[in-house]
Ligand binder design. Structure first.
Ligand code: GTP
Ligand code: MG
Length: 137
């Protein structure tokens, strides 16, 4: 489909990169359909990342994602999921292509500035996790 879901993670918000990242996303051709600024409890972060429950970094990931405010948004563009993952770059910022959001703003594989859905199916699930129909443009 033409939608994806993103979160600007606590490291990027705390480091003052929210505005620059939103600008990068908009200039990349994505339209913001819904957006909110919020803090996740450990419980909510744990639920969002339940698919990663068995991975060794799950505890660290949940602690990190509940460590400070985030920005969650639904984005629209043709080929949104794939194009957005290109725009953000590899999970590990050391491996992210030059000029990608993670290359520019991420600190480490854990504190990696931004999330992007990995499939159309997950984009829908993740967007619905945060936003009701009333909150979408
Ligand atoms: P997201 O867009 O955030 O889902 O990242 P991704 O799809 O590039 O990576 P993946 O879904 O495999 O992992 C989810 C998140 O877990 C990553 O974005 C990282 O923040 C975190 N993560 C992945 N691998 C590691 C790791 O080895 N150590 C730590 N601390 N965190 C990790
Ligand atoms: Mg992922």
């Amino acid at each position: 489909t033409n939608k994806t879901f993103t979160m600007i993670k606590p490291d990027a918000v705390a480091n003052g990169h929210t505005g620059a990242i939103l600008d990068h996303i908009i200039k990349g051709g994505f339209k913001i359909i819904a957006m909110k600024y919020l803090a996740l409890s450990k419980e909510t972060a744990g639920k969002f990342y339940e698919v990663h429950k068995e991975r060794p970094f799950y505890g660290e990931l949940v602690d990190f994602m509940s460590s400070g405010p985030i920005v969650a948004a639904i984005l629209e563009k043709d080929n949104a999921v794939e194009d957005f993952r290109k725009l953000i770059g590899a999970t590990d910022p050391a491996k992210a292509d030059k000029g990608t959001i993670r290359n520019l703003y991420a600190e480490s594989i854990g504190a990696n500035a931004i999330h992007g859905s990995d499939s159309d199916e997950n984009a829908k699930i993740e967007g619905d996790f945060y936003f009701s129909a009333l909150e979408k443009f």
